[in-house]
Design a protein around this ligand. Structure first.
Ligand SMILES: Nc1nc2c(c(=O)[nH]1)N[C@H]1C(S)=C(S)[C@@H](COP(=O)(O)O)O[C@H]1N2
Ligand SMILES: [Mo]
Length: 516
Protein backbone atom coordinates (compact mmCIF):
# COMPACT_ATOMS: atom_id res chain seq x y z
CA UNK A 1 0.00 0.00 0.00
CA UNK A 2 0.89 3.65 -0.20
CA UNK A 3 1.71 3.74 3.49
CA UNK A 4 4.47 1.19 3.14
CA UNK A 5 6.16 2.99 0.28
CA UNK A 6 6.10 6.33 2.05
CA UNK A 7 7.62 4.88 5.19
CA UNK A 8 10.46 3.33 3.25
CA UNK A 9 11.24 6.48 1.27
CA UNK A 10 11.28 8.62 4.36
CA UNK A 11 13.13 6.34 6.67
CA UNK A 12 16.00 5.16 4.52
CA UNK A 13 17.71 8.49 3.89
CA UNK A 14 17.13 9.74 7.41
CA UNK A 15 18.94 7.32 9.70
CA UNK A 16 22.60 7.32 8.72
CA UNK A 17 23.09 10.43 6.54
CA UNK A 18 21.49 12.70 9.12
CA UNK A 19 24.39 12.08 11.42
CA UNK A 20 26.96 12.54 8.68
CA UNK A 21 25.15 15.75 7.70
CA UNK A 22 25.91 17.19 11.14
CA UNK A 23 29.47 15.90 10.95
CA UNK A 24 29.90 17.49 7.51
CA UNK A 25 28.80 20.79 8.97
CA UNK A 26 31.14 20.56 11.93
CA UNK A 27 34.03 19.65 9.63
CA UNK A 28 33.24 22.56 7.31
CA UNK A 29 33.22 25.01 10.19
CA UNK A 30 36.50 23.51 11.41
CA UNK A 31 37.97 23.95 7.92
CA UNK A 32 36.78 27.56 7.88
CA UNK A 33 38.36 28.31 11.25
CA UNK A 34 41.58 26.46 10.47
CA UNK A 35 42.08 28.23 7.15
CA UNK A 36 41.33 31.65 8.57
CA UNK A 37 43.61 31.12 11.57
CA UNK A 38 46.37 30.15 9.14
CA UNK A 39 45.85 33.20 6.93
CA UNK A 40 45.61 35.46 9.98
CA UNK A 41 48.84 33.99 11.30
CA UNK A 42 50.50 34.98 8.04
CA UNK A 43 49.04 38.47 7.57
CA UNK A 44 47.67 39.83 10.85
CA UNK A 45 47.29 37.55 13.91
CA UNK A 46 44.63 39.58 15.77
CA UNK A 47 42.38 39.13 12.70
CA UNK A 48 41.94 35.43 13.27
CA UNK A 49 38.13 35.20 13.53
CA UNK A 50 38.51 32.93 16.49
CA UNK A 51 40.50 35.61 18.33
CA UNK A 52 38.62 38.61 16.93
CA UNK A 53 35.19 37.12 17.55
CA UNK A 54 36.31 35.98 21.00
CA UNK A 55 37.53 39.49 21.78
CA UNK A 56 34.32 41.06 20.46
CA UNK A 57 32.35 38.55 22.48
CA UNK A 58 34.17 39.69 25.62
CA UNK A 59 33.53 43.36 24.87
CA UNK A 60 29.85 42.75 24.10
CA UNK A 61 29.27 40.43 27.07
CA UNK A 62 26.81 42.00 29.48
CA UNK A 63 28.40 43.08 32.74
CA UNK A 64 26.47 40.59 34.86
CA UNK A 65 27.78 37.68 32.81
CA UNK A 66 31.34 39.02 32.89
CA UNK A 67 31.12 39.50 36.66
CA UNK A 68 29.74 36.00 36.98
CA UNK A 69 32.57 34.57 34.87
CA UNK A 70 35.23 36.36 36.92
CA UNK A 71 33.59 35.35 40.20
CA UNK A 72 33.04 31.74 39.15
CA UNK A 73 36.07 30.90 37.06
CA UNK A 74 38.60 33.56 38.14
CA UNK A 75 41.77 33.20 36.09
CA UNK A 76 40.28 30.30 34.14
CA UNK A 77 37.56 32.53 32.65
CA UNK A 78 39.44 32.70 29.31
CA UNK A 79 39.68 28.92 29.06
CA UNK A 80 35.99 28.58 29.83
CA UNK A 81 35.21 31.16 27.13
CA UNK A 82 37.39 29.24 24.67
CA UNK A 83 35.62 25.97 25.42
CA UNK A 84 32.25 27.70 25.33
CA UNK A 85 33.04 29.14 21.90
CA UNK A 86 34.17 25.72 20.67
CA UNK A 87 30.86 24.25 21.84
CA UNK A 88 28.80 27.00 20.22
CA UNK A 89 30.74 26.61 16.97
CA UNK A 90 30.29 22.82 16.99
CA UNK A 91 26.56 23.32 17.49
CA UNK A 92 26.56 25.89 14.71
CA UNK A 93 28.43 23.41 12.48
CA UNK A 94 25.86 20.72 13.17
CA UNK A 95 23.09 23.16 12.21
CA UNK A 96 24.96 24.08 9.02
CA UNK A 97 25.20 20.40 8.15
CA UNK A 98 21.54 19.79 8.81
CA UNK A 99 20.60 22.77 6.63
CA UNK A 100 22.96 21.65 3.86
CA UNK A 101 21.35 18.25 3.84
CA UNK A 102 17.99 19.87 3.23
CA UNK A 103 19.30 22.37 0.70
CA UNK A 104 23.00 22.88 0.03
CA UNK A 105 22.50 26.59 -0.62
CA UNK A 106 21.14 27.09 2.89
CA UNK A 107 24.19 25.39 4.36
CA UNK A 108 26.52 27.49 2.23
CA UNK A 109 24.74 30.66 3.30
CA UNK A 110 25.05 29.65 6.94
CA UNK A 111 28.76 28.88 6.72
CA UNK A 112 29.32 32.18 4.88
CA UNK A 113 27.62 33.97 7.75
CA UNK A 114 30.63 32.99 9.84
CA UNK A 115 32.79 34.93 7.39
CA UNK A 116 30.51 37.96 7.51
CA UNK A 117 30.69 38.02 11.31
CA UNK A 118 34.46 37.62 11.05
CA UNK A 119 34.76 40.55 8.62
CA UNK A 120 32.64 42.71 10.91
CA UNK A 121 34.78 41.79 13.91
CA UNK A 122 38.03 42.50 12.06
CA UNK A 123 36.81 45.84 10.74
CA UNK A 124 35.54 47.05 14.11
CA UNK A 125 38.34 45.84 16.38
CA UNK A 126 40.98 48.45 17.18
CA UNK A 127 43.88 46.01 17.05
CA UNK A 128 43.28 44.53 13.61
CA UNK A 129 44.69 45.72 10.27
CA UNK A 130 42.54 46.06 7.12
CA UNK A 131 44.55 43.30 5.44
CA UNK A 132 43.16 41.08 8.18
CA UNK A 133 39.83 40.72 6.30
CA UNK A 134 41.70 38.13 4.24
CA UNK A 135 41.34 35.81 7.22
CA UNK A 136 37.53 35.70 7.39
CA UNK A 137 37.45 35.60 3.58
CA UNK A 138 39.65 32.51 3.75
CA UNK A 139 37.13 31.13 6.22
CA UNK A 140 34.34 31.52 3.67
CA UNK A 141 36.37 29.93 0.87
CA UNK A 142 37.44 26.99 3.01
CA UNK A 143 34.04 26.54 4.66
CA UNK A 144 32.12 26.66 1.39
CA UNK A 145 34.70 24.46 -0.34
CA UNK A 146 34.64 21.84 2.39
CA UNK A 147 30.86 21.76 2.56
CA UNK A 148 30.50 21.34 -1.20
CA UNK A 149 33.19 18.66 -1.25
CA UNK A 150 31.67 16.74 1.65
CA UNK A 151 28.18 17.10 0.32
CA UNK A 152 29.16 15.82 -3.11
CA UNK A 153 31.14 12.98 -1.68
CA UNK A 154 28.46 11.95 0.72
CA UNK A 155 28.14 8.27 -0.01
CA UNK A 156 25.18 7.39 -2.17
CA UNK A 157 22.77 5.16 -0.32
CA UNK A 158 24.22 1.73 0.17
CA UNK A 159 27.74 2.27 -1.16
CA UNK A 160 30.91 4.36 -1.39
CA UNK A 161 31.21 4.68 2.35
CA UNK A 162 35.00 4.52 2.22
CA UNK A 163 35.26 7.42 -0.22
CA UNK A 164 33.04 9.58 1.96
CA UNK A 165 34.98 8.72 5.05
CA UNK A 166 38.30 9.48 3.41
CA UNK A 167 37.10 12.91 2.26
CA UNK A 168 35.83 13.66 5.74
CA UNK A 169 39.13 12.58 7.26
CA UNK A 170 41.00 14.70 4.73
CA UNK A 171 38.96 17.81 5.52
CA UNK A 172 39.33 17.25 9.25
CA UNK A 173 43.08 16.69 9.01
CA UNK A 174 43.47 19.72 6.73
CA UNK A 175 41.58 21.90 9.22
CA UNK A 176 43.71 20.66 12.10
CA UNK A 177 46.99 21.16 10.23
CA UNK A 178 45.94 24.66 9.13
CA UNK A 179 45.00 25.56 12.71
CA UNK A 180 48.27 24.25 14.13
CA UNK A 181 50.42 25.92 11.46
CA UNK A 182 48.36 29.09 11.90
CA UNK A 183 48.95 29.04 15.65
CA UNK A 184 52.65 28.58 15.00
CA UNK A 185 52.59 31.55 12.62
CA UNK A 186 50.72 33.64 15.20
CA UNK A 187 53.29 32.81 17.84
CA UNK A 188 56.33 33.40 15.68
CA UNK A 189 54.98 36.58 14.07
CA UNK A 190 56.34 38.54 17.00
CA UNK A 191 59.02 36.90 19.08
CA UNK A 192 57.96 38.34 22.42
CA UNK A 193 60.00 35.84 24.36
CA UNK A 194 63.20 37.03 22.70
CA UNK A 195 62.09 40.59 23.37
CA UNK A 196 61.50 39.78 27.04
CA UNK A 197 64.94 38.17 27.28
CA UNK A 198 66.45 41.32 25.73
CA UNK A 199 64.79 43.55 28.31
CA UNK A 200 65.92 41.34 31.18
CA UNK A 201 66.15 42.51 34.76
CA UNK A 202 66.61 46.26 35.09
CA UNK A 203 68.58 47.99 37.80
CA UNK A 204 66.78 50.87 39.51
CA UNK A 205 68.64 53.95 40.73
CA UNK A 206 67.75 53.01 44.31
CA UNK A 207 66.89 49.33 44.65
CA UNK A 208 64.28 48.48 47.26
CA UNK A 209 65.43 47.01 50.54
CA UNK A 210 64.57 43.31 50.72
CA UNK A 211 61.22 42.38 52.23
CA UNK A 212 61.74 42.55 56.02
CA UNK A 213 61.99 39.21 57.78
CA UNK A 214 58.75 38.26 59.43
CA UNK A 215 56.62 40.08 56.84
CA UNK A 216 54.44 37.03 56.34
CA UNK A 217 53.17 33.93 58.10
CA UNK A 218 53.76 31.59 55.18
CA UNK A 219 55.17 29.01 57.58
CA UNK A 220 51.77 28.92 59.34
CA UNK A 221 49.80 28.50 56.14
CA UNK A 222 49.64 32.17 55.15
CA UNK A 223 50.42 33.73 51.78
CA UNK A 224 53.99 34.70 50.91
CA UNK A 225 54.49 38.45 51.16
CA UNK A 226 55.60 38.69 47.52
CA UNK A 227 53.30 36.93 45.09
CA UNK A 228 55.29 34.93 42.53
CA UNK A 229 54.58 36.12 38.97
CA UNK A 230 53.21 32.73 37.97
CA UNK A 231 50.67 32.89 40.81
CA UNK A 232 49.73 36.55 40.42
CA UNK A 233 46.07 36.96 39.55
CA UNK A 234 45.30 37.97 35.99
CA UNK A 235 42.28 40.01 34.95
CA UNK A 236 41.82 41.62 31.55
CA UNK A 237 39.56 41.78 28.54
CA UNK A 238 42.22 40.27 26.25
CA UNK A 239 41.22 36.93 24.75
CA UNK A 240 44.91 36.10 24.44
CA UNK A 241 47.61 38.51 25.65
CA UNK A 242 48.72 40.98 22.97
CA UNK A 243 52.17 40.14 21.56
CA UNK A 244 54.02 43.42 21.46
CA UNK A 245 57.82 43.48 21.21
CA UNK A 246 59.65 46.16 23.18
CA UNK A 247 61.27 47.37 19.95
CA UNK A 248 57.82 48.02 18.42
CA UNK A 249 56.45 49.72 21.51
CA UNK A 250 55.66 53.44 21.42
CA UNK A 251 53.88 55.60 23.96
CA UNK A 252 52.16 58.76 22.87
CA UNK A 253 51.36 61.37 25.52
CA UNK A 254 48.97 63.92 24.09
CA UNK A 255 45.73 65.82 24.52
CA UNK A 256 45.66 68.69 27.01
CA UNK A 257 49.45 68.98 27.28
CA UNK A 258 51.89 71.74 26.38
CA UNK A 259 54.22 69.42 24.47
CA UNK A 260 53.08 66.15 22.93
CA UNK A 261 55.64 63.38 23.61
CA UNK A 262 56.19 60.09 21.81
CA UNK A 263 58.58 57.68 23.51
CA UNK A 264 60.07 54.42 22.40
CA UNK A 265 61.23 51.77 24.84
CA UNK A 266 64.85 52.95 24.91
CA UNK A 267 63.78 56.53 25.55
CA UNK A 268 61.56 55.35 28.38
CA UNK A 269 64.41 53.45 30.00
CA UNK A 270 66.68 56.48 29.65
CA UNK A 271 64.65 58.08 32.49
CA UNK A 272 65.63 57.38 36.10
CA UNK A 273 64.36 53.92 37.02
CA UNK A 274 62.43 53.67 40.28
CA UNK A 275 61.45 50.55 42.21
CA UNK A 276 58.30 50.17 44.29
CA UNK A 277 56.63 47.40 46.29
CA UNK A 278 52.94 47.59 45.51
CA UNK A 279 49.89 45.43 46.22
CA UNK A 280 47.55 45.41 43.24
CA UNK A 281 43.85 44.73 43.79
CA UNK A 282 41.01 44.13 41.37
CA UNK A 283 37.68 45.84 41.93
CA UNK A 284 36.11 42.42 41.31
CA UNK A 285 37.71 41.20 44.56
CA UNK A 286 35.07 39.42 46.62
CA UNK A 287 35.50 38.81 50.32
CA UNK A 288 38.25 36.23 50.59
CA UNK A 289 39.04 35.90 46.88
CA UNK A 290 42.45 35.81 45.17
CA UNK A 291 42.23 39.01 43.14
CA UNK A 292 44.99 40.72 45.10
CA UNK A 293 48.77 40.30 44.93
CA UNK A 294 52.03 42.04 45.74
CA UNK A 295 55.10 42.54 43.57
CA UNK A 296 58.26 44.62 43.31
CA UNK A 297 57.93 46.81 40.24
CA UNK A 298 60.68 48.67 38.39
CA UNK A 299 59.76 51.47 36.05
CA UNK A 300 59.54 55.19 35.49
CA UNK A 301 57.69 57.88 37.40
CA UNK A 302 54.52 58.75 35.52
CA UNK A 303 54.27 62.07 37.31
CA UNK A 304 57.67 63.10 35.94
CA UNK A 305 56.73 62.06 32.40
CA UNK A 306 53.49 64.03 32.51
CA UNK A 307 55.33 67.00 33.98
CA UNK A 308 57.67 66.84 30.98
CA UNK A 309 54.65 67.01 28.69
CA UNK A 310 53.12 69.82 30.75
CA UNK A 311 49.60 69.05 31.97
CA UNK A 312 47.18 71.86 31.14
CA UNK A 313 44.65 73.23 33.59
CA UNK A 314 41.29 71.47 33.49
CA UNK A 315 42.64 68.11 32.31
CA UNK A 316 41.12 66.12 35.16
CA UNK A 317 41.50 62.70 33.55
CA UNK A 318 44.52 60.67 32.43
CA UNK A 319 43.07 58.38 29.80
CA UNK A 320 45.21 55.32 29.05
CA UNK A 321 44.75 53.00 26.08
CA UNK A 322 46.33 49.60 25.53
CA UNK A 323 47.47 48.13 22.23
CA UNK A 324 44.30 46.01 22.11
CA UNK A 325 41.96 48.92 22.69
CA UNK A 326 41.19 48.58 26.41
CA UNK A 327 40.96 51.92 28.17
CA UNK A 328 41.21 53.04 31.77
CA UNK A 329 41.14 56.50 33.23
CA UNK A 330 42.79 57.87 36.33
CA UNK A 331 42.22 61.19 38.09
CA UNK A 332 45.03 63.54 37.06
CA UNK A 333 45.32 64.95 40.58
CA UNK A 334 46.06 61.47 41.95
CA UNK A 335 48.67 60.70 39.28
CA UNK A 336 50.33 64.07 39.95
CA UNK A 337 50.51 63.67 43.76
CA UNK A 338 54.16 64.06 44.73
CA UNK A 339 54.34 60.88 46.80
CA UNK A 340 51.68 58.76 45.08
CA UNK A 341 54.12 56.65 43.12
CA UNK A 342 52.12 56.47 39.86
CA UNK A 343 54.42 54.63 37.48
CA UNK A 344 54.95 52.96 34.15
CA UNK A 345 56.32 49.54 35.11
CA UNK A 346 58.63 47.37 33.00
CA UNK A 347 59.82 44.77 35.54
CA UNK A 348 57.79 42.62 37.90
CA UNK A 349 59.65 40.79 40.68
CA UNK A 350 63.01 41.08 38.98
CA UNK A 351 61.87 39.94 35.54
CA UNK A 352 60.47 41.68 32.47
CA UNK A 353 56.69 41.87 32.74
CA UNK A 354 55.13 38.53 31.83
CA UNK A 355 52.95 38.79 28.69
CA UNK A 356 49.84 38.30 30.82
CA UNK A 357 50.84 41.19 33.03
CA UNK A 358 51.40 43.76 30.31
CA UNK A 359 54.72 43.32 28.54
CA UNK A 360 56.43 45.52 27.61
CA UNK A 361 54.96 48.38 29.68
CA UNK A 362 52.04 48.79 32.05
CA UNK A 363 50.77 51.49 34.36
CA UNK A 364 50.32 51.30 38.14
CA UNK A 365 48.91 53.72 40.69
CA UNK A 366 49.21 52.55 44.31
CA UNK A 367 45.88 52.79 46.12
CA UNK A 368 43.60 52.59 43.09
CA UNK A 369 41.87 49.46 41.79
CA UNK A 370 43.42 48.03 38.62
CA UNK A 371 40.52 48.94 36.33
CA UNK A 372 41.16 52.67 36.80
CA UNK A 373 44.94 52.65 37.00
CA UNK A 374 46.82 49.58 35.86
CA UNK A 375 46.58 49.54 32.05
CA UNK A 376 48.68 46.70 30.62
CA UNK A 377 50.29 46.83 27.14
CA UNK A 378 49.87 50.59 27.40
CA UNK A 379 50.53 52.61 24.23
CA UNK A 380 48.65 55.88 24.64
CA UNK A 381 48.07 58.46 27.37
CA UNK A 382 45.69 61.28 26.71
CA UNK A 383 45.17 64.19 29.07
CA UNK A 384 41.48 64.95 28.84
CA UNK A 385 38.36 65.45 30.97
CA UNK A 386 35.90 63.02 32.56
CA UNK A 387 33.16 65.00 30.88
CA UNK A 388 34.44 64.30 27.38
CA UNK A 389 35.61 60.68 27.48
CA UNK A 390 34.59 57.42 29.18
CA UNK A 391 36.88 54.46 29.81
CA UNK A 392 36.04 50.81 29.04
CA UNK A 393 34.24 49.92 32.27
CA UNK A 394 32.36 53.17 32.85
CA UNK A 395 29.48 52.61 30.39
CA UNK A 396 29.38 49.01 31.65
CA UNK A 397 28.16 50.18 35.01
CA UNK A 398 31.38 50.50 37.01
CA UNK A 399 32.46 53.59 38.84
CA UNK A 400 34.58 56.17 37.01
CA UNK A 401 36.84 56.45 40.05
CA UNK A 402 38.20 53.58 42.06
CA UNK A 403 40.09 54.12 45.31
CA UNK A 404 40.76 50.75 46.96
CA UNK A 405 38.59 50.00 49.99
CA UNK A 406 39.97 48.91 53.37
CA UNK A 407 39.87 45.10 53.40
CA UNK A 408 41.02 42.03 55.29
CA UNK A 409 40.66 38.35 54.57
CA UNK A 410 41.37 34.93 56.03
CA UNK A 411 43.97 32.93 54.13
CA UNK A 412 44.20 29.80 56.28
CA UNK A 413 42.73 28.33 59.46
CA UNK A 414 43.97 25.18 61.13
CA UNK A 415 42.75 23.57 64.32
CA UNK A 416 44.57 21.76 67.08
CA UNK A 417 42.84 19.72 69.78
CA UNK A 418 43.56 20.94 73.32
CA UNK A 419 41.87 18.42 75.59
CA UNK A 420 38.09 18.89 75.53
CA UNK A 421 38.16 21.92 73.23
CA UNK A 422 40.28 23.11 70.34
CA UNK A 423 42.34 26.04 69.16
CA UNK A 424 42.29 27.64 65.73
CA UNK A 425 45.29 29.37 64.23
CA UNK A 426 44.26 31.67 61.42
CA UNK A 427 46.39 33.69 59.02
CA UNK A 428 45.30 36.41 56.68
CA UNK A 429 46.04 39.60 54.82
CA UNK A 430 44.75 43.16 55.18
CA UNK A 431 45.27 46.14 52.94
CA UNK A 432 44.58 49.78 52.36
CA UNK A 433 47.29 50.75 49.94
CA UNK A 434 48.85 54.15 50.36
CA UNK A 435 47.41 54.48 53.89
CA UNK A 436 48.47 51.33 55.71
CA UNK A 437 47.05 49.02 58.37
CA UNK A 438 47.37 49.57 62.13
CA UNK A 439 45.45 46.53 63.43
CA UNK A 440 43.49 43.46 62.49
CA UNK A 441 40.93 41.89 64.76
CA UNK A 442 39.35 38.46 64.74
CA UNK A 443 36.36 37.05 66.55
CA UNK A 444 34.46 33.80 66.84
CA UNK A 445 30.67 33.52 66.76
CA UNK A 446 30.10 37.25 67.15
CA UNK A 447 32.02 37.36 70.45
CA UNK A 448 34.71 39.77 71.61
CA UNK A 449 37.27 40.97 69.08
CA UNK A 450 40.80 39.67 69.58
CA UNK A 451 43.79 41.55 68.23
CA UNK A 452 45.69 39.58 65.62
CA UNK A 453 49.48 39.67 65.54
CA UNK A 454 50.63 41.82 62.65
CA UNK A 455 53.58 40.68 60.55
CA UNK A 456 56.46 43.07 59.87
CA UNK A 457 55.45 46.11 57.82
CA UNK A 458 56.42 45.71 54.14
CA UNK A 459 55.57 49.24 53.07
CA UNK A 460 52.65 51.65 52.97
CA UNK A 461 51.53 50.54 49.49
CA UNK A 462 51.38 46.86 50.36
CA UNK A 463 49.21 44.46 52.23
CA UNK A 464 49.88 43.56 55.87
CA UNK A 465 49.93 39.92 56.87
CA UNK A 466 48.48 38.79 60.21
CA UNK A 467 48.06 35.72 62.39
CA UNK A 468 45.57 35.08 65.16
CA UNK A 469 45.02 32.34 67.72
CA UNK A 470 41.55 31.51 68.96
CA UNK A 471 41.82 29.05 71.84
CA UNK A 472 39.06 27.33 73.75
CA UNK A 473 36.60 26.62 70.94
CA UNK A 474 34.12 23.94 71.92
CA UNK A 475 33.81 20.85 69.74
CA UNK A 476 31.84 21.57 66.59
CA UNK A 477 31.47 24.40 64.13
CA UNK A 478 32.30 28.07 64.65
CA UNK A 479 32.07 31.21 62.56
CA UNK A 480 35.13 33.44 62.35
CA UNK A 481 35.24 37.03 61.16
CA UNK A 482 38.06 39.48 60.65
CA UNK A 483 38.23 43.24 60.26
CA UNK A 484 41.08 45.67 59.74
CA UNK A 485 41.81 49.10 61.18
CA UNK A 486 43.68 51.48 58.90
CA UNK A 487 46.63 53.69 59.87
CA UNK A 488 44.22 56.53 60.68
CA UNK A 489 42.19 54.41 63.08
CA UNK A 490 39.26 53.87 60.72
CA UNK A 491 37.64 50.46 61.26
CA UNK A 492 36.68 48.35 58.25
CA UNK A 493 32.94 48.60 57.71
CA UNK A 494 30.65 45.67 58.37
CA UNK A 495 28.30 46.86 55.67
CA UNK A 496 28.29 44.41 52.82
CA UNK A 497 28.67 45.67 49.27
CA UNK A 498 29.06 43.64 46.09
CA UNK A 499 32.10 44.40 43.89
CA UNK A 500 30.05 46.48 41.41
CA UNK A 501 30.23 49.41 41.02
CA UNK A 502 33.21 50.45 43.15
CA UNK A 503 34.51 47.51 45.18
CA UNK A 504 33.33 44.99 47.78
CA UNK A 505 33.02 45.75 51.48
CA UNK A 506 32.06 43.83 54.60
CA UNK A 507 33.74 41.42 57.01
CA UNK A 508 35.12 38.22 55.55
CA UNK A 509 33.45 35.32 57.35
CA UNK A 510 34.60 31.70 57.39
CA UNK A 511 33.47 28.55 59.15
CA UNK A 512 35.84 26.29 61.08
CA UNK A 513 35.38 22.83 62.50
CA UNK A 514 37.54 20.89 64.92
CA UNK A 515 39.85 18.54 63.07
CA UNK A 516 39.53 20.56 59.87
N1 LIG B 1 45.08 46.31 28.68
C1 LIG B 1 44.41 46.01 29.81
N2 LIG B 1 44.92 46.40 30.99
C2 LIG B 1 44.28 46.10 32.13
C3 LIG B 1 43.05 45.42 32.12
C4 LIG B 1 42.52 45.03 30.85
O1 LIG B 1 41.45 44.44 30.75
N3 LIG B 1 43.24 45.34 29.72
N4 LIG B 1 42.41 45.12 33.30
C5 LIG B 1 42.75 45.92 34.47
C6 LIG B 1 42.27 45.31 35.69
S1 LIG B 1 40.59 45.27 35.91
C7 LIG B 1 43.11 44.87 36.67
S2 LIG B 1 42.53 44.43 38.20
C8 LIG B 1 44.56 44.78 36.44
C9 LIG B 1 45.05 43.38 36.70
O2 LIG B 1 46.41 43.27 36.44
P1 LIG B 1 47.08 41.83 36.43
O3 LIG B 1 46.35 41.00 35.43
O4 LIG B 1 48.50 42.05 36.07
O5 LIG B 1 46.93 41.27 37.82
O6 LIG B 1 44.91 45.11 35.10
C10 LIG B 1 44.22 46.22 34.58
N5 LIG B 1 44.80 46.52 33.31
MO1 LIG C 1 40.22 44.64 37.99
Amino acid sequence: MVGTVTTRDNRAPEAAPHRSGALNGVLSVAAALGASHLVAGLVDPPSSPYLAVGKSFIDLTPTWLKDFAIATFGGADKLVLLLGMALVLAGFGAAVGALARRDLRLGLAAVSLLGVIGVAAVLTRPDTAAVGVLAPLAAVVAGVGALVLLHRRRPPRGGGVEVGRRTALGVGAGAAVAAVVGQYAVRSSVDVNASRADVGALVPVEPLAPVPTGADFAADGGLPFITPNAEFYRIDTAFSPPRLAASDWRLRIHGMVDREITLDFEQLLARPLIEQRVTLTCVSYELGSDLVGTADWVGVSLRDLLAEAGVQAGADQVFATSVDGFTASTPTDVVMEVDRGAMLAVNMNGAPLPLEHGFPVRMLVPGLYGFVSATKWITDLELTTYASKQAYWTPRGWSARGPIKLASKFVSASSTATGSDYRVTATGAAWLQHTGISAVQVRADGGAWIDARLAADGGVDTWRMWRADLPGLSTGEHTLQCRAVDANGVVQTEERAAPAPDGASGWHTVTVRDGA
